[in-house]
Design a protein around this ligand. Structure first.
Ligand code: GDP
Ligand code: IMO
Ligand code: MG
Length: 439
C-alpha cells in the first residue's frame, strides 16, 4: 500500500524538517511543498556537504524524486531563479523535476517593499519577518486581487492586472508608509523576463498528486515554519501568514483529509525561535554582547542556531511540553522525530517545561494570545544530563541511559512514540526506529 506522509515542524520552525524530508524521500516518488514561501530555510547535509533550500522541496537532491510546489505556496520568481542557479552550480538539475501549480500566488517586488515598510512602521513591536514579502502576498490572495503563477500564461492580461494592483499598493507605499513607490515598467519587464524560466514548469500539481495516489506511489508533504507560527493557531500576531499545521497539506495541495496516512511531528530536543514574539522557556542570551544565560549560550553555540534564511541569531530555550502537546493535537501527529539531541550532550541538568503558571494558577494548555504567553511562567521538571557524545548514534540501546530516559520522558508526556532520532546534521546521523512509509 502506498502512503501519504506529512512532515511538519511542531515548534517555531527550524526543527530540522529539511534534513528529515531528504532522508525519508528514499521511499517516495514525489515531495510536495504546500504552504509558505522562501521564508523557509531547510538545511540538508550529505557527506559533509551543505545545501540550503528555501522554496524548492527538499527531495531535489535525490535523482528520481519529482518536486511539486502546490498552490498553497507563495512564489517569488526571483527567489526561485536564484535557487535554481545555486543548484545548477552544484550540479543538480532541478528544472526537469520541478513542477509549479498555476494557483500559487506570486510574490512581487511591491510585496517585499510593503513587508519592510510595515515592519519599519511597527518599530519596537515589529514581528521580525524575513522581509520576503510573504504576508503581503497572502493578503493579496485573500483579498482576491493577487497575481498568480497561472497569470503568466497570458502575459497581456498579466500586464493589465499588474496596473491595477500596483496602483493600489503604490498608493499605500507612498501615501501611508512614506516609502518609495515602485516603477510599473521596471516591475513588468523584470516579471516578463523571469516568466520565461517559470512558464515551462507550470503544471496541474493537484492532478499530478491524484495520479500518484491512483498509481499507488508514496508522497511526502513537506511543511515549512512550525505549528506555533500558524496564522490561526500560533502566537498571533507574531506568526507567519499561512497554515503551517498539517491541515495546510490538504488545502495547499489538493488532497483530501482522509488521504493523509501519517503525520511526522519534528521536535527539536530544545526550543528555538527567530523573530519577535513570546517564548516562555527562553534562556535569553545575546551573541553580540556575549551577555545572558549560559545555557542559552551553549544551546545556540553548539546547536549553531543562526537562521538559514536571514542569518539572524535564533533565540534558544528549554523544551516546552505545553505548546508541544497542543501542537501534537493540532497536527494529529502520528509519531515524533526528535532532532538535535546531541546539542544537549554537555549539559549536567536538562529541564522540560510541563506547565505554565498564569495568574496564580497552573495551566497545561497554552494561553489564547501573545500577551498570555508573555505573562506565563514555565514550571519545570529536571532530569540529569548524560555528558557523553551521542553524535551519530547507531542504535537506541547504545545511547547513555540518561538520554534514553529523556526520550522516554518525552514519549510519556506526549503519549506518542519517538519514531526517528537525529543526532547530527548529516543525513547519516539519524536513527530510524520506525520508517513512516513502512507498514
Ligand atoms: P528546518 O527549517 O526545519 O529545515 O531546519 P533548519 O535547516 O533551518 O535548521 C536546522 C539546523 O540544524 C540545520 O543547520 C541542520 O543542519 C541542523 N541539524 C538538523 N538535525 C540536527 C541534529 O540532529 N543535530 C545537529 N547538531 N544539527 C542538526
Ligand atoms: P523554516 O521552514 C523559523 C518567522 C519569522 C517571523 C515570522 C513571520 O525554516 O522552519 P514571515 O517572513 O513568514 O512573514 O515572518 O515567522 N519565520 C520562521 N522562523 N523558521 C522558518 O522557516 C520561518 N519562516 C518564517 O522569523 O518571526
Ligand atoms: Mg529553517
Amino acid at each position: 500500500m502506498s502512503k501519504n506522509v506529512v512532515i511538519i515542524g511542531t515548534q517555531w520552525g527550524d526543527e530540522g524538517k529539511g534534513k528529515v524530508v531528504d532522508l525519508i524521500t528514499d521511499k517516495v516518488s514525489s515531495v510536495v511543498r504546500f504552504q509558505g514561501g522562501h521564508n523557509a530555510g531547510h538545511t540538508l547535509v550529505i557527506d559533509g556537504k551543505k545545501t540550503v533550500l528555501h522554496l524548492i522541496p527538499s527531495g531535489i537532491l535525490r535523482d528520481n524524486v519529482e518536486c511539486l510546489i502546490g498552490h498553497g505556496v507563495v512564489l517569488s520568481m526571483s527567489a526561485l531563479i536564484k535557487e535554481l542557479g545555486e543548484l545548477d552550480t552544484a550540479g543538480v538539475d532541478a528544472v526537469s523535476r520541478l513542477k509549479i501549480s498555476p494557483g500559487c500566488p506570486l510574490i512581487m517586488p511591491y510585496h517585499v517593499a510593503l513587508d519592510n515598510a510595515r515592519e519599519a512602521k511597527r518599530g519596537k513591536s515589529a514581528i521580525g519577518t524575513t522581509g520576503n514579502g510573504i504576508g503581503p502576498a497572502y493578503e493579496d490572495k485573500v483579498a482576491r486581487r493577487g497575481l498568480r503563477v497561472g497569470d503568466l500564461l497570458d502575459l497581456e492580461s498579466f500586464a493589465e492586472k499588474l496596473v491595477e494592483v500596483m496602483e493600489y499598493h503604490n498608493f499605500a507605499l507612498s501615501n501611508y508608509y512614506g516609502a518609495e513607490a515602485l516603477d510599473y515598467d521596471t516591475v513588468l519587464a523584470e516579471a516578463l523576463e523571469q516568466a520565461k524560466t517559470v512558464i515551462p514548469m507550470i503544471t496541474d500539481v493537484t492532478e499530478k498528486i491524484h495520479q500518484h495516489i491512483a498509481n499507488n506511489e508514496n508522497i511526502l508533504f513537506e511543511g515549512a515554519q512550525g505549528a506555533l507560527l500558524d496564522i490561526d493557531q500560533g502566537t498571533y500576531p507574531f506568526v507567519t501568514s499561512s497554515n503551517t499545521t498539517s491541515g495546510g497539506a490538504v488545502t495547499g495541495s489538493g488532497v483530501g483529509v482522509t488521504d493523509i496516512d501519517y503525520v511526522v511531528g519534528i521536535v527539536k530536543a530544545y526550543t528555538t525561535r527567530v523573530g519577535g514574539g513570546p517564548f516562555p522557556t527562553e534562556l535569553v542570551y545575546d551573541v553580540e554582547t556575549d551577555k545572558g544565560d549560559s545555557i542559552g549560550k551553549v544551546l545556540g553555540t553548539i546547536g549553531r542556531e543562526f537562521g538559514a534564511t536571514t542569518g539572524r541569531q535564533r533565540r534558544c530555550g528549554w523544551l516546552d511540553m505545553v505548546t508541544l502537546n497542543r501542537s501534537f493535537n493540532l497536527n494529529a501527529v502520528t509519531g515524533i522525530c526528535l532532532t538535535k539531541l546531541d546539542v544537549l550532550d554537555t549539559l549536567d541538568t536538562i529541564k522540560i517545561c510541563t506547565a505554565y503558571e498564569l495568574n496564580g494558577k497552573q495551566i497545561t494548555t497554552p494561553p489564547y494570545d501573545a500577551q498570555g504567553y508573555a505573562d506565563a511562567e514555565p514550571v519545570y521538571i529536571e532530569m540529569p544530563g548524560w555528558q557523553t557524545s551521542t553524535i551519530g548514534t547507531d542504535s537506541f540501546d547504545s545511547l547513555p541511559q540518561q538520554a534514553q530516559d529523556y526520550i522516554h520522558k518525552i514519549e510519556e508526556l506526549s503519549n506518542l512514540p519517538v519514531d526517528i532520532l537525529s543526532t547530527g546534521p548529516d543525513r547519516d546521523e539519524t536513527l530510524i526506529l520506525k520508517h513512516p512509509f513502512d507498514e
